[in-house]
Ligand binder design. Structure first.
Ligand code: SAM
Ligand code: SF4
Length: 329
């Protein structure tokens, strides 16, 4: 098992498949000038499947989430999902994506063994989408969402980040739309993980702001701590249910004490936290022909060093050098 000195166990593995993306969300990437990981530094499909295999068979990982960058840009994605679904014990497999291209691939991904998707969509307004992501692809995301739903990748979850002056007023509209479409909406507080280091604590839209805004139109009943478990989202029943809405208050309501995650970057580094400043290089071990037991030992050692918390609200907090797109969100 992967355990740390605070008694937490990691059962949820996030795997970044690429640091590249076809959008340029302002809270994630600069418009231009971000250099990509070099191709030889990226793990190959075989290397990814081997590491996930070790995590699942020797380290107690029960859930694998593929992310990036944009994971749909990885040519071998369907094959990777298929091979991970064939592992024993079979992990739950999910995908976090911006949804562009999902229209074409949702059915193949579901057939390969993908269980669920989270699609990121911050606005219902195409013009705001274009400003926020710097690309005119709103329609493609809506199509991707519908395709995921129709392919049975349910419950389809939608992730939204609210940005002051752009879409901060859209929380109730997004929720009304999600309820109507049958998607489960989760708001994520903006975190200091943008490549350009432009995040400001003062300007951000907080979980409290989001809840206040939602309550102007909906009655929200907390589902309670018991249902949150190790999940980062606090969830509320909307108008008595059955629809729910989640709010991930990574900055103002941190959930580090219940964290059950470990992360693998596209270039084969283990990170115990999005905000970790240290990494453990498994790619070097893989390419030096280390046996599975040695790789598992390094992974356990990394987990043992996991810090108590990210400390985002602490004035001494230092943003990690790697941006979210390179760590895997
Ligand atoms: N490209 C895919 C997508 O957008 O879903 C997967 C990678 S993206 C980094 C994963 C999630 O992180 C998305 O839901 C995105 O909105 C969120 N995200 C990116 N930068 C963020 C930031 N600075 N604060 C909070 N969430 C962020
Ligand atoms: Fe791309 Fe996702 Fe980052 Fe947006 S949040 S730029 S879609 S990686």
């Amino acid at each position: 098992m992967l355990v740390d000195t605070y008694g937490r166990t990691a059962t949820d593995l996030r795997v970044s498949l690429t640091d590249r993306c076809n959008l340029r969300c302002t809270y994630c990437m600069p418009e231009e000038g971000l250099s990509w990981l070099a191709k030889p530094d990226l793990l190959t499909d075989d290397e990814i499947v081997r590491l996930v295999g070790i995590a699942v068979t020797s380290l107690g990982i029960e859930e694998v989430r593929f992310t990036g960058g944009e994971p749909l840009l990885r040519p071998g994605l369907v094959g990777i999902v298929e091979r991970v679904a064939a592992l024993a014990p079979r992990p739950q497999i999910s995908l976090t994506t911006n949804g562009i291209g999902l229209k074409r691939t949702a059915t193949a991904l579901q057939a390969a063994g993908l269980d669920r998707v989270n699609v990121s969509l911050d606005t219902l307004r195409p013009d705001v989408f274009k400003t926020l992501t710097r690309r005119d692809r709103h329609h493609d995301v809506l199509d991707g969402l519908r395709a995921a739903h129709d392919a049975g990748l349910t419950p389809v979850k939608v992730n939204a980040v609210l940005m002051p002056g752009l879409n901060a007023d859209e929380a109730p509209d997004l929720l009304a739309w999600a309820v109507e479409q049958g998607y489960e909406l989760r708001f994520i507080e903006q975190m200091p993980l943008d490549a350009q280091h432009g995040w400001k604590r003062e300007g951000m839209v907080t979980a409290d702001d989001i809840l206040t805004s939602l309550r102007t139109r909906f009655a929200l009943t907390p589902e309670g701590e018991a249902s949150r478990g190790s999940a980062p989202a606090e969830r509320w029943l909307v108008d008595g249910g059955p629809h729910r809405v989640g709010v991930i208050g990574s900055v103002t309501r941190p959930f580090c004490a219940a964290c059950d995650r470990t992360r693998l970057t596209a270039d084969g580094q283990i990170r115990t936290c999005l905000f970790a400043r240290e990494e453990t290089d498994l790619r070097a071990a893989l390419r030096a022909d280390a046996p599975d037991e040695e790789i598992a030992r390094r992974w356990r050692e990394a987990m043992w060093g996991k810090k108590a918390g990210a400390g985002l609200d602490d004035p001494t907090f230092v943003q990690p050098d790697r941006p979210m797109s390179s760590i895997g969100g």
